[in-house]
Design a protein around this ligand. Structure first.
Ligand SMILES: [Cu+2]
Length: 167
């Protein structure tokens, strides 16, 4: 009798240990920082635009435009195209050395920013509809992939041709 009870107790004990182990695995995976980091990485892109300007173009065939796009989300976004009433076409350019190249998109990294500026990535406005004076306001509509909303519209000032932002 006592031997059978001891056996039953041993089996029950094993089951309880197994249950505790299973529960422990569940709790540790739920509260692990790795699981939370993975959830954060899937947060959608959250974009905002700041610091934009257009140096006053010398002619009506070409102007550069600069903006900074900040992404506080967990997913990279791609700037794929830009439209503006000031130009027939806008292309995306990057600069390597002293040569600029047209690219299909520019990346706004997760938790980072895409800073367009002189000597680096920039927008090229081609076939301008007019030559805007310093102080004029120009609307730029930026189109993104992998971001919600997929479009951001900003108004940027025309600066003197030789303008260079501080910092
Ligand atoms: Cu260019």
């Amino acid at each position: 009798m006592s031997r059978r009870r001891a056996l039953a107790g041993a089996i029950g004990g094993t089951a309880a240990v197994a249950l505790a182990a299973a529960t422990g695995v569940f709790l540790s995976s739920c509260s692990s920082s790795g699981a939370h980091a993975a959830a954060r990485a899937k947060a959608p892109a959250e974009l905002s635009v700041s610091g934009g300007y257009i140096p006053r173009p010398l002619l009506t065939d070409l102007a550069a435009a600069y903006v900074t796009v900040t992404n506080t989300g967990g997913t990279p976004a791609e700037l794929t195209s830009v439209s503006t009433p000031l130009a027939a076409h806008v292309t995306l350019h990057t600069t390597k050395g002293t040569t600029m190249y047209q690219v299909a998109s520019l990346t706004v990294p997760a938790g980072g920013r895409l800073s367009l500026g002189t000597g680096g990535d920039h927008l090229m406005l081609e076939n301008l509809t007019r030559r805007p004076p310093v102080g004029a306001k120009v609307t730029l509509t930026l189109h993104f992939a992998h971001a919600t909303p997929a479009t951001l519209t900003v108004t940027v000032p025309v600066r003197p041709t030789t303008y260079h932002p501080e910092g």
